[in-house]
Design a protein around this ligand. Structure first.
Ligand code: FAD
Length: 724
């Protein structure tokens, strides 16, 4: 058996190795157009950013090493230029000598991959406009940075590679702007789940321009002038709410200057050989194969980024270029050539990406795609701790689960968080592969000890929420329905968070009755009107809704709570803004750029660690600490509560203290506050002091009074309590 393989990286090298392990006597020749085989495409951005420092680490295998292990005839810098499928011969050009020769085959495997798209606008071919696919591309970019010392970089396209490049260019010390045509980055995420990613990218100091298209790149002296077309509404309108979203979308032009450009706007299948050989292809130009990876010519197999895939969930045909599927298809092709009837059963699109400190992971269908397909679905959100919250170092993640209404079958999942995102997405990917339902998720027995998880793992939790939803135990309303709720008094909009959270920011039209005081204030809720409940993350809202619905109210809980809603709406306020300068001339951090905490914290007089505490705990701790501090003292506060960042800024404004800025790392927020504000700020009128008279001897009422009192005290008011 003589097998030729075109392409020597993920698909090609895997097929060659598997074939050799199966058949010691086969003649295997692997052609690779480039100098390297089996290199680490996925690691290339990290070499540019300096995290991978040794060039040798980028090559998983050398041709010599591969030959020694597998006795495969490896011909690098040899390009297969045509196929004669009738004679079963390929023509090959030796790129070192220019010589063209041919080679016959019994079986041929095509693994030529996909090439980066170069858009058609003017300037896309300029020297300082790069794409990234292979090791030579990587060195070109790295050498340019090292030798030309560019100050600014523009990344066109906010997909996986674009975002990885943005992070790594930022790491390499460049001022980075990302331009994305869609209303959100990372297409396999939905808009709502991308909001945290947008905020995080901007918080790290990368400028993000959504709904923006590059129209041209022009050399002007030492600068590249990049012309842009921006949508003036759209993402902004979506996140600003109904007032701004009047349906009008107009375009405007803009330009920015940069020193280099990375184009990462997608890839297309390298199908020239398939076209020439007359193999069947789909409209996108990907080679069509059967489940054994055979093309329309049964002696020619195709694997990896050049092929069409079957979507595992919908069974539709599609195109998802990823390393995992390429490797698996290669194994299937090698098996089949050897006579083992292995089959590739489809691609789920399981993907994961590091975005600075965040981890973003997806599997299956997005909500946008599910809507296009008219599937009757439900969605659930969970905000869960990576491990037991009492054990140090726990951080939070948001899980969005999409499933069929009819039977609870899981259609897709998206997770954004810090630790433990990878294992939860893998569990959910496995569940999808096993055709599980949300009911099955509630039954999964997953490993637990405090440093690793909770007795109810986040995957169980999202299963519980979905099960409760499908069984009608709870009714939800969603962030994108909030603006459409009537504000004419026909429904009750109820914010059950603590008073100081409410004061720091709520949604228009919501009244505040803290959860603990709810049972005592039922007289304020008209039982004839539907009640829309909002808490911080959706959990207390669930309990409140259960209580209210058992008392006869028609009650709805805001899925994901105020946290999810505000992460989406907050995105617009960060939009493109640069660090603002306050009247005293100092840079005031608006969470859009990282604070130089090293410099600032050198003068911190007190350091507070409130990690593990839930709101209002951290604010109260800050309040207590500031009470004992001197005017001008600087306090550094760490918190793992995601609401803390927004709350502390508002709290400082209201209480006449100075918010110096915040940064976040791996889910831990660090804020710097100065006691007092000199002339730079005017405290909001905090209202007068409070007298609370408690007439009841009930424990829960007394506790509720203390909570209200604590919240007021935390806001700088003097509180007196009398128990009668
Ligand atoms: P490739 O690995 O691209 O190999 C194709 C090879 O064929 C190329 O080296 C090419 O030179 C050669 N070739 C083409 N035509 C010919 C010819 N006519 N003759 C001889 N040789 C030829 N995927 C993930 O799942 N996770 C990630 O984190 C991830 N990160 C990535 C980061 C970057 C920067 C890039 C570029 C890709 C990343 N991918 C990632 C995608 C992943 O690398 C691909 O899905 C995978 O490599 C596809 O394998 P393949 O064998 O089809 O093609």
């Amino acid at each position: 058996m003589k097998v030729l393989i075109v392409g020597g990286v993920a698909g090609g090298a895997t097929a060659a190795a598997r074939l050799r392990r199966l058949d010691e006597h086969a003649e295997i020749i692997m052609f690779e157009r480039g100098e390297y085989i089996s290199f680490a495409n996925c690691g290339l951005p990290y070499y540019i950013g300096g995290e991978i420092t040794d060039k040798a680490d980028l090559t998983v295998q050398t041709p010599e090493g591969f030959y020694d292990r597998f006795r495969v005839d490896i011909r690098t810098q040899n390009e297969v230029i045509s196929i004669d499928p009738v004679a079963k011969v390929v023509d090959v050009k030796d790129l070192k000598t220019g010589e063209v020769y041919n080679e016959s085959y019994d079986k041929l495997i095509l693994a030529p991959g996909a090439a980066p798209v170069r858009p058609k606008f003017e300037g896309a071919d300029l020297d300082r406009v790069f794409t990234l696919r292979n090791i030579p591309d990587t060195y070109r970019i790295k050498d340019f940075i090292d030798e030309q010392k560019p100050r600014r970089a523009l990344v066109v396209g906010g997909g996986y590679i674009g975002i990885e490049m943005a992070e790594n260019l930022h790491r390499a010390g460049l001022e980075v702007t990302v331009v994305e045509f869609l209303d959100h980055v990372i297409a396999p995420l939905d808009f709502d789940m991308a909001a945290d990613v947008h905020n995080h990218i901007r918080q790290k100091g990368v400028r993000l321009m959504l709904e923006t298209a590059v129209t041209g790149i022009y050399e002007e002296g030492s600068d590249l002038r990049v012309t842009l077309r921006r949508k003036d509404a759209g993402a902004d309108a979506k996140s600003n709410g109904r007032a701004e979203n009047n349906g009008t979308v107009s375009d405007s032009s803009e330009e920015i200057r940069t020193d280099m450009v990375i184009l990462s706007v997608g890839v297309y299948p390298e199908n020239a050989l398939a076209v020439q050989a007359g193999l069947a292809m789909n409209a996108r130009g990907a080679i069509i194969t059967n489940e054994h990876q055979q093309t329309s010519n049964p002696d020619i197999y195709a694997v990896g980024d050049v092929t069409e895939i079957v979507d595992y969930i919908t069974k539709d045909k599609g195109y998802i270029p990823l390393a995992g599927p390429a490797n698996k298809q290669a194994r299937v092709a090698a098996d089949h050539i050897y006579g083992i009837p292995s089959a590739y059963k489809g691609t789920q699109g399981t993907g994961i990406l590091r975005v600075f400190d965040l981890t973003v992971a997806t599997v299956g269908l997005t909500e946008a795609r599910i809507k296009q397909m008219n599937i009757d679905y439900e969605r659930s959100y969970v905000w869960a701790s990576s491990h037991a919250s009492y054990y140090p170092g726990a951080t939070n993640m948001t899980i969005k689960l999409l499933y069929k209404k009819e039977d609870g079958r899981i259609l897709g999942a998206q997770i954004v968080g810090y630790d433990g995102v990878d294992k939860r997405i893998d569990v959910l990917a496995t569940a999808i592969r096993a055709n599980m339902t949300v009911y099955d998720l509630t039954e999964l027995e997953l490993a637990y000890a405090p440093p690793y998880s909770s007795a109810k793992d986040p995957v169980n939790m999202v299963g519980y929420v979905a099960e409760n939803t499908l069984k009608g135990r709870i009714k939800f309303f969603h962030w994108d329905q909030v603006n459409d709720l009537p504000r004419d008094g026909s429904v009750t909009l109820l914010d059950i968070r603590a008073e100081e959270n409410f004061k720091n920011g709520s949604i228009e039209g919501f009244i505040n009755i803290p959860e603990e005081a709810l049972r005592d204030n039922l007289h304020r809720l008209d039982p004839s009107k539907p009640v829309y409940v909002m808490c911080q993350i959706g959990l207390k809202g669930y309990a409140a809704c259960r209580m209210l619905s058992q008392r006869g109210y028609d009650c709805y809980n805001l899925a994901g709570g105020y946290r999810l809603w505000s992460s989406i709406y907050r995105a617009s306020s960060y939009k493109d803004s640069r660090p603002a300068t306050n009247p005293t001339g100092n840079t005031t951090n608006t969470s859009n750029s990282p604070l130089d905490l090293d410099a600032a914290s050198a003068v911190a007089s007190v350091r507070l660690n409130t990690c593990g505490m839930q709101c209002p705990g951290p604010i109260m701790k800050v309040s207590d600490t500031l009470a004992g501090a001197k005017e001008g003292d600087i306090i550094e506060v760490k918190s793992s509560d995601p609401a803390f960042g927004a709350d502390i800024e508002a709290w400082c404004r209201r209480t006449g203290n100075t918010f110096l800025g915040l940064s976040s790392e791996k889910g831990i927020i660090t804020a710097l506050i100065k006691k007092g504000c000199g002339e730079a700020c005017i405290p909001e009128a905090a209202g007068t002091n409070k007298n609370i008279i408690v007439f009841s001897g009930d424990l829960d009422k007394a506790i509720a009074s203390f909570i209200i009192a604590n919240a007021s005290a935390a806001m700088g008011r003097k509180v007196s309590m009398s128990f009668l």
